[in-house]
Design a protein around this ligand. Structure first.
Ligand SMILES: NC(=O)c1ccc[n+]([C@@H]2O[C@H](COP(=O)([O-])OP(=O)(O)OC[C@H]3O[C@@H](n4cnc5c(N)ncnc54)[C@H](OP(=O)(O)O)[C@@H]3O)[C@@H](O)[C@H]2O)c1
Length: 294
């Protein structure tokens, strides 16, 4: 069903934000995309998004925004920084945006948190009611940002919904695929660890579904239908690309690997049933088959 034309603000208009904005602009909505860096004057921008320069870590940077907006979306990312950057961008930035929205209330607000707030290492399924005990400090900071939204929704000031997004891949993005192609992929132990993923365009679709049909103050996991073990994923890539299966990681390689790795399967049932979201790439197979054809 078509959505009536809206004024939309996307804060942190990067990989997912641009895909979302392009889609909304294509459907006739007026979209402003805020980010720190100015557009590249040599690049062709056919996205239909009006660029807006601002820095979410500075409250006064939002003052000149041409609000109000019907929908506001926060897809800002600290670009893999450490705890200090996370605090500035996710927690303090969220405070600034919520403060600005209290004076310019949208009809719906959505934020892309992360499935990293689930620290489970048991391999079990997790849903939105599962405990959130992140295994990293940065995961804790994302939870702090979530709490700010939940408090504002409970107070009836900003109708925010939170998407807990799994590992994003898609055109030009795909850390695991690139690692495999460079010959740097390694099987960790038996390769049993679960990987949870979502295609960029399905993340954008999940945001639209949550804004249009989700409920304020609610959390939704945004992940495809099928968690995949590391071994199954690498085996699939090996077969598709007709390359050998990567070797098992050595003790040294395991010692240097990222701390705080979790082992869990994330369920998307709530997002599907409450908002009608239906991913175009239900598993990594459809999504990566599209990437391998490029
Ligand atoms: N990537 C994943 O696998 C993953 C997984 C779970 C959740 N998420 C979440 O999903 C969302 C979208 O991720 P993404 O991959 O699309 O991120 P992205 O491509 O890194 O884009 C983030 C955008 O935020 C902007 N930005 C950074 N700091 C800013 C600031 N202080 N003020 C204003 N804009 C700022 C960046 O613009 P400039 O370049 O101009 O600074 C960039 O346009 C993020 O909230 C991320 O935390 C991502």
């Amino acid at each position: 069903m078509a959505i009536a034309a809206k004024r939309v603000l996307i804060v942190g208009c990067g990989y997912v934000g641009t895909a979302l904005g392009r889609r909304l602009a294509g459907e006739g909505h007026a979209v402003i995309g805020l980010r720190r860096s100015p557009p590249d004057p040599t690049a062709v921008d056919d996205s239909g998004i009006q660029p807006w320069i601002g820095d979410l870590t500075r409250r006064d940077s939002l003052d000149s925004l041409p609000g109000p907006f019907d929908w506001v979306i926060n897809t800002v990312s600290s670009s893999r920084g450490g705890p200090a950057e996370y605090r500035a961008v996710y927690r303090d930035g969220m405070r600034h945006l919520l403060d600005w929205m209290r004076a310019h209330p949208p009809s719906a607000f959505a934020y892309t948190s992360s499935t990293s707030v689930y620290g489970q290492t048991s391999g079990d399924w997790v849903d939105e009611s599962s405990p959130t005990i992140p295994s990293t400090e940065t995961g804790e900071i994302l939870l702090e940002a979530e709490r700010l939204i939940l408090d504002a929704a409970a107070a009836g000031t900003v109708p925010g919904r939170i998407l807990r997004v799994a590992g994003i891949y898609g055109p030009g993005r795909g850390h695991l695929l690139r690692q495999f192609l460079r010959g740097e992929a390694r099987i960790h132990g038996t390769g049993a660890r679960w990987i949870n993923m979502i295609h960029r365009d399905d993340a954008a679709g999940a945001l639209i579904a949550a804004l249009a049909r989700g409920r304020p103050g609610e959390l939704y996991n945004a992940v495809d239908d099928e968690p995949v073990s590391q071994l199954e994923f690498l085996t699939w890539l090996s077969e598709r690309l007709q390359r050998p299966l990567p070797p098992v990681a050595s003790e040294e390689e395991l010692a240097t690997r990222k701390r705080g790795l979790t082992h869990k399967r994330v369920r998307n049932q709530k997002l599907r049933s409450e908002t009608g979201w239906n991913p175009s790439y239900p598993t990594f197979r459809e999504g990566y088959a599209a990437e391998l054809k490029r």
